[in-house]
Design a protein around this ligand. Structure first.
Ligand code: ADP
Ligand code: MG
Length: 542
């Protein structure tokens, strides 16, 4: 202001303008400086951003390259895998094919083996012995008071095995002695895992013989609890003597054989065959008819007797024969009869049977007199059966009660029926009473009497088989009702199958050895070579 004092307005204005100018200049140089700094900084930032972006893009390139390599490697891997897969597929296909070939070859070999085995069995004679070893069961380790201390030790130990399908191996050990392995050979041995199906598979071919005109007998032999009833009938119902027919896979030989007989018959011309059933029980050497009915139609067991006919055949007069048309009718009938079986609980098994059960299927073949020789291709068979054929016509036809279409009913048909001949063949299916020793079951009194009858009948059976083996002129069939009843299916050219049933435990070693001994003796029975019979083929031209 001192400088301004005394100056004119113009000068002042000029001074102010100059000052303004100066300040402006000063300000603009500051801005320029700032601008320069900012520009420099921006440049730096841009540079580092650029280098960062460059780095990033390089990194990205690197990474994408790696990824690409990975993808390529993966694609290559997949291609390789695909190729390998194709090779594997080809190999698997080849293997599958060769497996199929091997299986087919195996099946063929098995069939061949079976056929050879069957011819071997045929050559061995009419008696075959199979042996079934049942599994160890819960009641096997229950103590029995008559079992000696020695035997009670390790008594649930398994000692009987199927070494292969023809050999039983028994480990025999006595205290103080080294154990000895004993082997027994039979036509077929079933291990504890083999099903009812497997057992029946080997039994079924016998039934073909039945329709070829041979009598057939299948009997289960063994101590109580060894699986005879299970094998012959199937698992028994709880607290009942009947057997369960619900579970078809568990059915035993008797129901399966009946089904097979009906199946074989269904392949024959209708009306030429029919089946009658009888169910008897041999108890204390007496025969009870389990299908006999009283006047009210109620079923009750009545005593019958067995006789020898003039032709030397065994026969049970007045025995009830029921005609059955199919397997299920048969099952219900047999199950009804079974309710009457006599039993006495022994220590071995609560529902042990103390009697022999014999279920007989009588198959009657009807042939017109003139056509007799044409039914059986094999001349010998037809000659043999022709001798046995009776000229009477079936009871059912005489009664004319049946409503079945296969039966004769009109007078014309009855007249035709008179010209008929009939041949009867018998299938006897036997569930024998337990073969155990008396001491084993701890029985006394009436049960002891039962046991002695059982023992006598079983030894009579052994004697009969022995006499046949030695080809003795006299076979003591009549020593017991059991053997007398079975005479026609055990002797002559009948075919017998003994199914030995064995409990595998140490506890039953003595009984098992006894059964195996019985089977071995029965196997030695040779009745000459049996000629192979042809299937009956009905001549179509006649
Ligand atoms: P048995 O008639 O000889 O006295 P069972 O047939 O009554 O003997 O058999 C005794 C028990 O063993 C039964 O409970 C039966 O179900 C069972 N059993 C027998 N054999 C077999 C087997 N192979 N598989 C399974 N259980 C069996
Ligand atoms: Mg039984």
């Amino acid at each position: 202001y001192q400088r301004l004092a005394g100056r004119t307005t113009n000068e002042v204005l000029q001074l102010y303008a100059a000052r303004d100018q100066q300040m402006k200049l000063q300000r603009s140089s500051g801005v320029t400086q700032l601008h320069g700094a900012i520009k420099k900084r921006l440049k730096q930032d841009l540079k580092s951003l650029h280098s960062f972006a460059l780095e990033l893009s390089k990194d990205f390139q690197r990474q994408s390259k790696t990824c690409l390599y990975q993808v390529l490697a993966a694609v290559q891997g997949i291609q390789l895998q695909n190729e390998a897969m194709q090779i594997f597929q080809i190999k698997a296909f080849d293997l599958e094919q060769s497996l199929q070939e091997v299986t087919e070859r195996y099946e063929k070999e098995k069939q061949k083996r079976k056929a050879l085995h069957n011819s071997l069995v045929e050559l061995r004679g009419n008696i075959r012995v199979h042996c079934r070893i049942r599994p160890l069961l819960s009641f096997d380790d229950a103590a029995g008071y008559s079992v000696s201390q020695d035997r009670q030790r390790n008594f649930s130990e398994k000692v009987a095995y199927a070494a292969d399908d023809e050999t039983v191996l028994v480990k025999c050990s006595r205290p103080g002695h080294a154990s000895v392995n004993k082997t027994f050979q039979f036509e077929r041995v079933y291990n504890d895992l083999e099903s009812q199906d497997a057992v029946f598979e080997d039994v079924a071919p016998l039934l073909t013989s039945l329709l070829d005109g041979y009598n057939v007998c299948i009997m289960a032999y063994g101590q109580t609890g060894s699986g005879k009833t299970y094998t012959m009938l199937g698992p028994q119902l709880e607290g009942n003597l009947a057997f369960s027919i619900e579970d078809k896979s568990e059915l035993g030989i008797i129901p399966r054989a009946t089904k097979e007989v009906f199946r074989l018959i269904s392949e024959k011309p209708p009306g030429s065959y029919w089946v009658e059933v009888s169910v008897v029980e041999v108890y204390n050497n007496e025969i009870f008819d389990l299908l006999a009915k009283d006047s009210c139609g109620k079923v009750f067991g009545v005593k019958r007797d067995v006789v020898t006919t003039r032709e030397g055949k065994s026969d049970v007069p007045l025995l009830t024969h029921e005609t059955v048309e199919n397997a299920s009718e048969f099952l219900h009938l047999v199950n009804k009869g079974l309710q009457l079986r006599v039993t006495h609980p022994t220590l071995v098994h609560a529902h042990s049977s103390r009697s022999h059960l014999v279920v007989t299927l009588t198959i009657t073949t009807v042939v017109f007199g003139d056509n007799f020789g044409t039914l059986w291709e094999d001349e010998q068979t037809s000659q043999r059966l022709n001798k046995e054929a009776s000229c009477t016509f079936p009871q059912k036809m005489r009664d004319n009660k049946s409503n079945s279409s296969s039966r004769a009913s009109s007078p014309v048909q009855l007249e035709a029926a008179e010209k008929m001949k009939q041949v009867k063949t018998r299938l006897q299916l036997v569930d024998l009473a337990g073969s155990e020793c008396v001491g084993m079951s701890g029985v006394t009194g009436a049960a002891l009497r039962e046991t002695s009858f059982i023992n006598r009948s079983l030894s009579a059976l052994a004697d009969v088989l022995g006499a046949i083996a030695e080809q003795r002129a006299h076979v003591p069939y009549r020593n017991s009702k059991l053997t007398h009843l079975l005479q026609d299916s055990v002797g002559g050219d009948a075919k017998l199958l003994v199914m030995l049933c064995i409990s595998p435990g140490q506890k039953y070693l003595t009984e098992s050895m006894q059964s195996l001994g019985f089977g071995t003796r029965a196997r030695q029975v040779q009745r000459g070579q049996v000629k192979k019979k042809n299937f009956p083929v009905l001549s179509k031209g006649k």
